[in-house]
Design a protein around this ligand. Structure first.
Ligand code: AP5
Length: 226
């Protein structure tokens, strides 16, 4: 399967961006670029960048643009990004969106397709409270809708399943507020560039996946179905 446009998944925490980005990245054989995962990796390794990011992430605030942009620019210069990529959780501010536009142009990528995942607060909070992540391979589960076969253990590698520290109720509230204040304006921005597609993300994982693939076909992003 050939991906003809880079993909950007926009949407509030818990909307299902990561779940679908991981599936599509496998389907099109391109990297899944989650700035949240990149930052958590820095935090886990205790790098200087991770030490700066951790307190902000723990409070549900965004990490400064220069840190995130430096990380992304270095990542998409790598050879595995030559055939496109799926951005999950990036860009999140207007300066990030503008800089990404410049980087994509400089590297001769076509205009991205930006998919806005929509879901109501009750659905988001329910999903985030139930999320568990494998501490070894990063596989994502949900105690409500996608539990592991053995409680607390990953089906793939038996790794311990952990709850993300920012999935506590009080931090979820602040992450939602950060999304509304800083990221929601991107919806209008990408609508004005003609690159935006809206997706109702409240259905189950399979149905959302089907809707997403239809969007890609309709917007010329799927080389096999365009
Ligand atoms: P990040 O890791 O990007 O988190 P997020 O955007 O808040 O998104 P989530 O990962 O919480 O949700 P998701 O939409 O991916 O949902 P998922 O598919 O996992 O960012 C974390 C922090 O890093 C930020 O707060 C910020 O501090 C920093 N950061 C990151 N990027 C940044 C940037 N660009 N600039 C500045 N700071 C940045 O699904 C959630 C759960 O629901 C799972 O359990 C899943 O199994 C389940 N689920 C998914 N889809 C469905 C479905 N359709 N039906 C039922 N259950 C479902």
């Amino acid at each position: 399967m050939v991906l003809k446009r880079p993909l950007i998944f926009l949407g509030p925490p818990g909307a299902g961006k990561g779940t679908q980005a991981s599936r599509l990245a496998k389907l099109y054989n391109v990297p899944h670029l989650s700035t949240g995962d990149m930052l958590r990796d820095h935090v886990a390794r205790g790098t200087e960048l991770g030490q700066k990011a951790k307190p902000l992430m723990d409070r549900g605030e965004l990490v400064p643009d220069d840190i995130v942009l430096g990380m992304v620019e270095e990542r998409i210069a790598r050879p595995d990004c030559a055939n496109g990529f799926v951005f999950d959780g990036f860009p999140r501010t207007m300066p990030q969106a503008q800089k990404l536009g410049e980087i994509l142009k400089k590297r001769n990528f076509p205009a991205p397709l930006v998919v806005n995942f929509e879901a109501d607060h009750a659905t988001l909070i329910y999903r985030l409270a139930g999320r568990r992540t494998c501490s070894v391979g990063g596989e994502v589960y949900n105690v409500h809708d996608h539990p592991p076969k053995v409680e607390g253990r990953c089906d793939n590698d038996g790794g311990e399943l952990i709850q993300r520290s920012d999935d506590r109720a009080e931090v979820i509230r602040d992450r939602l507020a950060a999304f509304e204040a800083q990221t929601q304006p991107l919806i209008n921005y990408y609508r004005s560039t003609g690159d935006l597609a809206e997706l109702d993300g409240t259905a189950g994982v399979e149905e959302v996946n089907k809707r997403l693939l239809d969007i890609l076909a309709r917007h010329g992003a799927d080389g096999n179905r365009a």
